[in-house]
Write a protein that binds this ligand. Sequence first.
Ligand code: ADP
Ligand code: ZN
Length: 599
Amino acid sequence: MTTARNILNSVFGYPDFRGKQADIITHLADGNDCLVLMPTGGGKSLCYQIPALMREGVAVVVSPLISLMQNQVAALNEVGVHAAVLNSSLPHEEAQQVEQKLLSSEYDLLYVAPERLLTWRFLDLISRIPLALFAIDEAHCVSQWGHDFRPEYSQLSVLHERFPNVPRIALTATADPVTRQEIIERLALHEAKVFVSSFDRPNIRYHIIDKLNSKQQLLMFVQTEHSGDAGIVYCLARKKVDEITEWLNSHGIRALPYHAGMSLHQRASNQETFLREDDVVMVATIAFGMGIDKPDVRFVAHLDMPKSIEAYYQETGRAGRDGLKANAWMAYGLNDVIQQRRMIEESDAQQQFKQVATQKLESMLAYCETITCRRMYLLRYLGETIVPEYCGNCDICLNPPKTWDATVEVQKALSCVYRTGQQFGVGYLIDVLRGNCTARVKYWNHDQISTFGIGRDLPVKTWRAVFRQIIARGLLTTDSEGYGALWFTETSRSVLKEQQRIFLRQLGVNDRFFQSMEPVGESSFSAAEQQLWEQLRAWRAKTALEHGVPAYVIFHDTTLKELVHVCPQTVEELSRITGIGAHKLDRYGAHLISILHRG
Ligand code: ADP
Ligand code: ZN
């Protein structure tokens, strides 16, 4: 039997396993079930792809998204592995061909959508051939609480019932203990060994700024740190997606929209362009992203706050899968707090659901407002016990925020809410505090109350930041009628009564962009290296186009970078470069050498 390491080296061209890959592969190849929790970019696919090559028979891989299965298969074919996709998008004849080849054992891996797998016909088909294993990718899709719930996933326990001797591996990047338990229950994985990796993504820099003019702030961020890079910008609403796409395009940044209001065809085509080319910014709602395995996404930007840490971590996790530096950037402001609170209140979900949603939101708000290392906060939230206090790669570590004693200001704000009868929104309250005698203020006679004008000394934006932090900390709550009126909570009373001291974050310290990132390839190269890098990229783009696959399927940026630095001159030297296995060496070796000779 070929060993796992042999396959890793010769087929995939990688020198070493990462993290727990080796243990997982041995466990599965020996015929045992397992559940793998690993962050995005951790290297989950190899955990079943290598055992698929070690064991007799075909490995059946369940995955929720058609287009992404196709990319996985393209990448496998590129390294010379026999793999295919079977799904509803395939014309009847092609599907039949795939089935024929399946029956004659021509594949090592077959990717199928869950609805296809669960058909009586398909189950019957695979009962006639030797099966290496079942891999259930994106296993968190069984979770009813989660945002990617897929009803078909909950029926996948049928695999265990019908094929008790075929080992199963379930994989996910969603780490929280509740989801983990749900996966075990619903997939009947009680006997499975659970492999938990650290969820840290050290190459991602977390960065949150105070939202002032988010369009402008986003543009600055992209222009200064990510010109020519692939990235994702998340917005809450479709309209905003369209607006931001236009805004970026009008400033010379190539952006495409993606949201559920567009036709299926348009969406698929934009996603395809994003995957294939390496300088597209995808502006999207959360409808976009599950299973996106593009390795060179250099940034994920949020213009609206996600509703939970799980969602945030999954979305930001789409950056930097190749391990090179990447940015997770977010503009966050008062409206995010109010809007998210209101959305929970207004939803007609059951009380229990609202409670869960509220808790998740509280954690997200606390993350945004934290004055300690962001990575530490995230990893603790994900249940890790050994976490850094200082990561050196988040905004807080790099540029510690200043705090100020805002006790008096918080008291002023709270009493203003109280004196005006707990029925006005932030804008109005600030008018009263700053002694702004508008018609509305006059109408309500609020120019006569004791809090009128007691906050003249602070500008509007500081007051907004004060209110944002007060609401984020649960010292005030907002109504569900949509007017944004603020009122007291239990905590607000005690803060006023006990005269608790309150420290808030100073505004503005964190707005500046700092320590621009080292760009992915270019700037660390000499002029000659730069030229070589560009030649290699051009060759890669041309080859990818000819083969009809994304550029990264030919070679990752990491491989091209190493080629530039090492500049191998023989086939032997070339074979030692990460990401060049036997098949690719055969196919591209001579050509690469000729480019490198010239370079
Ligand atoms: P996940 O599914 O966990 O998000 P992938 O399986 O897509 O991650 O792997 C992320 C990237 O890391 C892929 O491009 C893959 O080729 C690469 N990779 C995985 N394992 C290794 C390894 N042992 N050495 C080098 N690169 C690896
Ligand atoms: Zn940090």
